[in-house]
Design a protein around this ligand. Structure first.
Ligand SMILES: Cc1ncc(COP(=O)(O)O)c(C=O)c1O
Length: 380
């Protein structure tokens, strides 16, 4: 529940901005921040420094990840994680003796944040406009077309450092991959020696019912970016899980020094909160809850489609998108839903997304569906 300045209550069907997996207002998280701030509020982690919270969190994240061996780079925002993964891909290829491999391929409809790397690999065209010149060496490919991806590799394979994609494209309206798409992408990357980066800023930390979308789809990338739900947004934290192929590239030359890092990389309070959020998700079985949410919400949304109020339903676990019939005034529809006490995210031209906290109750899911039925039914 969220409450506005007039005291009106809303069911937040978006977990704020795709992140509040454990819900809002947890006293035990406030306590962790207070305790950690008293013990060690902050101290940087540039060589040779570290702190127990970031070490423990990195080990835990590797444990939860699909990798048998990995290292974790910490930042504060999803955008920092994406730009870092792009930089790591290029420099690891260089260190592995393949300096010509510099191109980064991304997919249309992809959202990768707002720093220059992320803006350059943006698949949502209006988000790229006007910021130029963007980072060179980027190719944006049609979203769901295996053949188009194969053609790009056939033309540029020797120069491709990495492909970046969200396992489920989120900000453009929630688009799961076509059957087999991600494993074909894995095969292509293997054939041409390119790294596969999964941007799991939305799907990471339980959204699909698995810790990572990589595990949900059974496809292991070479790097995973994460942010948002790692701390449920209580404090900013992000990172890149760097799998064995990239680690081996980075460690190929003994004298190599990784010259990238942020002031707040490995911030102890943020890492302590992340450890607590993971503990809560485990203690309260919130991954299993994501699966149950998917069953209830998915069935309800498909019923709206059967009744003609929605033209498309997409999603997995705790993340869903719908398309509403044209013509639609998205903002007016969003406002009408707010009047019904439900917060959804409108996505132009005609989509809404849902990504509720994983602590949402069945009754609250029913209320979301009832509000949609009332508002979209009235618009027919
Ligand atoms: C897949 C993905 N990558 C990156 C980002 C950027 O994260 P941030 O806004 O924390 O920089 C987002 C934000 O929504 C995202 O959904």
């Amino acid at each position: 529940m969220i409450v506005d300045d007039q005291g009106r209550e809303y069911i937040d069907a978006m977990a704020s901005l795709w992140y509040a997996n454990v819900g809002f207002g947890r006293e035990e998280i406030a306590d962790v921040i207070a305790e950690q701030t008293r013990r060690l509020g902050a101290f940087h982690t540039f060589d040779p420094f570290t702190n127990p919270q970031s070490e423990e969190l990195a080990a835990k994240i590797v444990d939860l990840s699909p990798f048998e061996r990995a290292r974790v780079f910490f930042g504060s925002s999803g955008s920092e994680a994406v730009d870092t993964a792009m930089k790591l891909a290029r420099i690891a290829q260089r260190e592995a003796g393949r300096p010509e491999k510099h191109i980064i391929v991304s997919r249309e409809r992809g959202y990768h944040g707002t720093n220059y790397g992320g803006t350059s690999v943006q698949g949502i065209a209006p988000n790229r406009d006007g910021w130029g010149p963007l980072v060179p060496g980027i190719i944006n490919v049609v979203a769901d077309d295996d053949e188009a991806m194969k053609r790009i590799f056939a033309e540029h394979g020797d120069e491709i450092a990495a492909v970046i994609t969200e396992p489920i494209q989120g900000a453009a309206g929630v688009w799961p991959p076509p059957e087999g798409y991600l494993s074909h992408l894995r095969d292509l990357c293997d054939t041409y020696g390119a790294y596969l980066i999964f941007d799991e800023v939305i799907t990471g930390f339980g959204r699909t019912g698995r810790w990572f979308g990589a595990q949900f789809y059974g496809v292991t990338p070479d790097m995973i970016t994460f942010a948002k739900a790692v701390t449920s947004g209580y404090v900013p934290l992000s990172g890149v899980i760097v799998g064995p192929a990239v680690v081996d590239g980075l460690e190929a030359n003994e004298g190599f020094i990784l010259r990238t890092g942020y002031t707040y990389s490995g911030h102890p309070a943020a890492c302590a909160v992340a450890l607590k959020c993971i503990e809560i998700q485990e203690r309260e079985s919130l991954l299993e809850r994501a699966v149950a949410i998917g069953e209830l919400l998915g069935a309800g949304l498909r019923a709206l489609k059967d009744d003609g109020m929605v033209t498309d339903v997409r999603g997995e676990g705790g993340v869903w998108g719908i398309t509403v019939p044209d013509p639609v005034n998205l903002v007016a529809t969003r406002d009408a839903l707010l009047d019904e006490g439900v917060n959804l995210r409108p996505i132009p031209p005609n989509h809404f997304s849902m990504c509720p906290p994983l602590v949402i109750t069945d009754g609250q899911i029913d209320s979301i569906l009832a509000a949609l039925r009332k508002v979209l039914g009235a618009a027919e």
